[in-house]
Ligand binder design. Structure first.
Ligand SMILES: C[S@@+](CC[C@H](N)C(=O)[O-])C[C@H]1O[C@@H](n2cnc3c(N)ncnc32)[C@H](O)[C@@H]1O
Length: 236
């Protein structure tokens, strides 16, 4: 029996129209769909986006991803998840792992792919890029990310303002994802560098309750939604 292919599919940032034709074509063919189950709201959103495109009866299997930074626990979880995916492909099934935005930008697909490659290098893996959340957010906020010879940094705000100062010093624009927990600390740093006025907080981009806040200094006490990011622009 021929082994199936594992597809890493980016489903776009939330707007159901921002999924690619290639992603839809593959989703219509696969026998099984996998999705991470504990990245807060994102898995159910990814599932909602793909469900109209699946063949009737296609199972959607959630892969557990413990909310911990403990390396051993994470490795064990991804070994188990990789085993489930490998087992499906060994049964000749083509499988899709769906992820919000792009599969290679802060996605659990990165861990899954590495674990599958390590355990069975023969499995064919194909990746369909997705429109990232920050491309959609920049479009929604009508905010240039880079012009001419400028450079930009994409970073995580999960650990707070950490490397933000360095990124500000070396880039014309900083795109900061995962800002919801440490938002206030990050805002204080932006205020210190006189950048709060030039920063935009985009939440739930492309969804019915999308929210774009341009005067973030006046919104210090909010707790942004998990699906939120900052576009920090030094120039213009
Ligand atoms: C685990 S990362 C996933 C990134 C995704 N793979 C991508 O390519 O954009 C989750 C973070 O992406 C950002 N994000 C994803 N979708 C978003 C949306 N619709 N609106 C605003 N931010 C979003 C948020 O910063 C969120 O904390």
């Amino acid at each position: 029996m021929q082994t199936g292919t594992l597809y890493g599919i980016g489903v776009g940032p939330g707007d159901p129209e921002l999924i690619t034709l290639k992603a839809i074509n593959i989703l219509q063919k696969v026998s099984v769909v996998f999705a991470a189950s504990s990245t807060k709201n994102s898995y159910s959103l990814a599932e909602k986006i793909v469900s109209p495109h699946l063949k009737k009866g296609t199972p959607v299997i959630h892969l557990g991803f413990p909310m911990t930074l403990e390396k051993k626990t994470l490795e064990t979880a991804w070994q188990d998840n990789a085993a489930k995916v490998i087992s499906a492909t060994k049964q000749g099934k083509d499988a899709a792992f769906i992820t919000l935005g792009d599969p290679l930008i802060y996605s659990t697909f990165g861990y899954l792919m590495e674990a599958v490659q390590k355990n069975d290098p023969e499995i064919s893996i194909k990746i369909v890029p997705g429109i990232t959340s920050y491309h959609a957010a920049a479009a929604a906020a009508k905010q240039v990310i880079a012009k001419a010879e400028e450079s930009f940094t994409v970073m995580s705000g999960a650990l707070g303002e950490g490397n933000l100062q360095k990124a500000i010093e070396t880039s014309d624009t900083v795109v900061m994802l995962k800002v919801y927990r440490k938002y206030r600390e990050i805002l204080d740093t932006l205020t210190k560098f006189n950048l709060a006025d030039q920063s935009v907080l985009v939440s739930r981009c492309g969804l019915d309750d999308e929210n774009i806040i341009k005067d973030i200094a006046k919104h210090r006490d909010i707790m942004p939604h998990y699906l939120s990011m900052l576009l920090i622009r030094k120039q213009d």
